[in-house]
Design a protein around this ligand. Structure first.
Ligand SMILES: CCC1=C(C)/C(=C/C2=NC(=C\c3[nH]c(/C=C4\NC(=O)[C@H](C)[C@H]4CC)c(C)c3CCC(=O)O)/C(CCC(=O)O)=C2C)NC1=O
Length: 161
């Protein structure tokens, strides 16, 4: 896993240079938003199950997916879906704190699409659910923190698409 700082340092080190102006700008933005990121992470962890429950209500309940024949039908599969949504939320929060998506690539997205396809988990519906979670999180955390989180929800969606 990487974070905004190690990514910038590694890039400079590869070129054998000090951080250039644009890297320093990036670094300053990262530090400036540090307090916001920490507060967003606290508020996600205090509201995680609420965020997931609201998202499921908004995006998945009373659709074909939860009805007989749908991929979330049966308690086992329903619970697997909720658990996956919780993984997405938790790892998006880690990535948001790190200011870098690599933890999502390594621990969540790696092989996920293939796993979903082989189990018949609908990828399109999952992407729509993650987009709903982005909206729910933004409503609960406020626009600024929601925007920081939104970057990583979008990253999950493009990794699945
Ligand atoms: C930490 C990283 C990590 C991730 C991301 C992860 C995902 C993951 N989700 C799975 C299953 C699943 N995922 C879903 C999810 C859904 N079905 C739907 O219709 C909805 C759209 C969607 C929820 C949004 C379901 C229903 C299953 C069970 C499928 C089955 O066994 O038939 C499986 C197969 C094994 C299992 O059932 O546990 C994995 C590996 N596992 C991990 O360790």
């Amino acid at each position: 896993m990487q974070d905004a700082i190690t990514t910038l340092i590694n890039t400079s080190d590869m070129q054998g240079k000090y951080l250039d102006d644009s890297s320093l700008d990036n670094l300053q933005n990262y530090f400036r938003s540090g307090d916001l990121r920490a507060r967003a992470a606290m508020s996600v962890s205090a509201n995680a199950s609420k965020i997931v429950t609201k998202t499921v209500a908004k995006a998945l309940l009373y659709t074909d997916i939860t009805a007989p024949g749908g991929n979330m039908y049966t308690c086992r599969r329903y619970a697997a879906c909720i658990r996956d949504m919780d993984y997405f939320l938790r790892y998006a929060t880690y990535a948001m704190l790190a200011g870098d998506p690599s933890i999502l690539n390594e621990r969540v997205l790696n092989g996920l699409k293939e796993t979903y396809n082989s189990l018949g988990v609908p990828v399109g519906a999952t992407v729509r659910a993650v987009q709903s979670m982005k909206e729910v999180a933004s409503e609960m955390l406020g626009a600024e923190a929601g925007q920081e989180m939104g970057v990583y929800f979008d990253h999950i969606c493009s990794g699945l698409s």
